[in-house]
Design a protein around this ligand. Structure first.
Ligand code: 5GP
Ligand code: ZN
Length: 111
């Protein structure tokens, strides 16, 4: 765990969240500022700052499997999956996470 990482602190239970799903390695919880009727964040419990910071295929596979499992559990058929990588791409929390957005029409291209 990275002591000053917001999402590591959520994993540790030091900061509360509204959990959507949890396994031994994956946590899915509701975004505090939802951008769609359903806006979930899916993280691996092992800290890695961003997608470009890891080459751990096991971690990435578990994260992506977590995404599809939580989407399936929540009955989501149509959803958008977003990973912001780096500040210019909109990343503000530097613990790799995937956004699941659903429940409204999602336009293309995104802003
Ligand atoms: P990023 O901009 O890094 O891709 O996404 C970070 C997301 O974390 C944002 O959508 C933001 O609303 C969300 N967020 C920031 N702080 C908290 C928090 O304390 N709790 C929860 N549940 N979400 C948070
Ligand atoms: Zn972290």
């Amino acid at each position: 765990m990275a002591e000053n990482c917001l999402f590591c602190n959520i994993v540790a239970g030091a900061i509360p969240c509204q959990k959507a799903a949890e396994t031994e390695r994956i946590l899915a919880f509701h975004d505090i500022h939802p951008q769609a009727p359903t806006h979930l964040l899916v993280i691996h419990k092992t800290h890695t700052a961003s997608l470009s910071e890891t080459e751990d295929a096991t971690l990435l596979g578990e994260l992506m499997t977590g995404v599809r499992e939580v989407a399936s559990e929540k009955g989501l058929t149509d959803y958008r999956l977003i990973i912001n990588n780096g500040p210019q791409a909109g990343q503000t929390v530097f613990h790799l996470h995937a956004h699941i957005l659903a429940g409204r029409p999602l336009h293309w291209p995104p802003g």
